[in-house]
Design a protein around this ligand. Structure first.
Ligand SMILES: NC(=O)C1=CN([C@@H]2O[C@H](COP(=O)(O)OP(=O)(O)OC[C@H]3O[C@@H](n4cnc5c(N)ncnc54)[C@H](OP(=O)(O)O)[C@@H]3O)[C@@H](O)[C@H]2O)C=CC1
Ligand SMILES: CC(=O)N[C@@H](CCC(=O)OP(=O)(O)O)C(=O)O
Length: 346
């Protein structure tokens, strides 16, 4: 059994990590942290875990993180970067669910996250944890930057088109909707039931911090500079708890390709990407609680436009599930171990 630590165990992604890891046959969670809840039984806070774990929350500064084989950070942006250098020096492998190591450029990080980066020398050392792109690098990585939720849904939708140079990189649009758990568990007026239910709105239109992350990934796939990718990215908050739906558009630069076949071939060996039959409309509930990304590719009547629909559960393939997938790859376990969970309907 590998010894696993979770820093930030009271947030939604930390709780989701624990749910998945407690059912994982090769992982033992030896410590989970919270400053606010130190000493309290985890199952008291999360009733779904009653009878399944007797763990109590440890203080982050007293938790036996250095004794772990691998530590997950499920903390707000800017927390992991302060502790990761010390853990790496002690031989501990790390997966950060936040954005601390996702961007390669420290100036860009500071610009979007509003603070200087604490260890810019690790930005190139970290591996971006999208297994469908970086599986081989993840195997050997000491530090994995788990992708953001919107970036997972949008990149998986657009990568086949970009890798095969089929779309105009200046024409991309990602119109995305997220459930409210994407905003975390922290108290916030904007995520109250009365503010979010029976309501629908866009946000971050002027610039959302996932924009540079998505552009970085798409540019790398197309082997071009980031300046050559023009993406309009508009997130929306939708009144559901879990789920992301991305509708991605692009102008085709090459005519005559069988896009259905191209997507099916591109993802043929991917255990967590389901390319649906032609004319499908993937639903967020079809992936709720599972690590799947379901994708459908459409070519509407105006033949030079391609529309790709992509759905994930923001807390699973968009965060904790993808993190466990990365852990499996890093530790040499079968990639699907502990992740063969069927989505919950309704
Ligand atoms: N929600 C989502 O769908 C997704 C979230 N993410 C990212 O994952 C990370 C966690 O998200 P989420 O679970 O929603 O966040 P929450 O805000 O719900 O939880 C944050 C957790 O971090 C702990 N924490 C906060 N500050 C510190 C600190 N200085 N030192 C140690 N622990 C700290 C908190 O516990 P305490 O204060 O008690 O210590 C809490 O357990 C974020 O970076 C988020 O951006 C990524 C993809 C999707
Ligand atoms: C609905 C909602 O608020 N979603 C969050 C994104 C999810 C997330 O946590 O992403 P990071 O890991 O990059 O922080 C947002 O738009 O800020």
């Amino acid at each position: 059994m590998k010894r696993i630590g979770i820093v930030g165990g009271t947030g939604y992604t930390g709780a989701e990590l624990l749910r998945l890891l407690l059912a994982h046959p090769e992982a033992e969670v030896v410590t989970i942290t919270s400053r606010a809840e130190q000493g309290r039984e985890v199952a008291e806070l999360y009733p779904n875990l009653r009878g399944i774990t007797s763990l109590r929350f440890d203080r982050p500064d007293e938790a036996p993180l250095a004794d772990c084989d691998l530590v997950f950070f499920a903390t707000p942006n800017g927390v992991a970067m302060k502790q990761v250098p010390g853990l790496l020096a002690q031989g501990v492998r790390v997966i950060d669910l936040a954005a601390d190591f996702r961007l390669h450029d420290a100036n860009q990080w500071a610009e979007w996250y509003g603070q200087p980066h604490h260890c810019p020398e690790l930005l190139d050392f970290a591996v971006y944890g999208l297994p469908e792109v970086n599986r081989q690098l993840i195997q050997e990585a000491q530090l994995v930057a788990n992708p953001g939720c919107y970036p997972t849904a949008v990149q998986l939708a657009l990568l086949p088109l970009i890798k095969h140079k089929l779309v105009d990189l200046q024409s991309l649009i990602a119109d995305t909707k997220s459930g409210v758990s994407g905003a975390g568990r922290g108290a916030n007026v904007g995520t109250l039931l009365c503010e979010t239910s029976e309501n629908f709105k866009a946000y971050g239109v002027a610039g959302h911090r996932h924009l540079p992350e998505i552009v970085q990934g798409l540019a790398q796939a197309g082997q071009v500079d980031i300046q050559q990718v023009a993406l309009t990215f508009v997130p929306h908050l939708t009144p559901m708890i879990r789920g992301i739906h991305a509708t991605c558009y692009g102008k085709l630069s090459v005519a005559g390709t069988n896009l259905q076949e191209l997507f099916e071939q591109h993802y043929i060996h991917e255990p967590f990407v389901d390319v649906m039959p032609a004319s499908s409309h993937p639903e967020t509930r079809s992936v709720k609680g599972s690590n799947l990304c379901r994708i459908a590719v459409h070519q509407p009547l105006q033949k030079d436009t391609v529309v790709v629909l992509s759905v994930i559960d923001n807390l699973v393939k968009g965060a904790a599930g993808q993190a466990v997938q990365n852990m499996n790859i890093m530790l040499g376990f079968p990639e699907q171990l502990g992740l063969q969970v069927t989505a919950v309907l309704p």
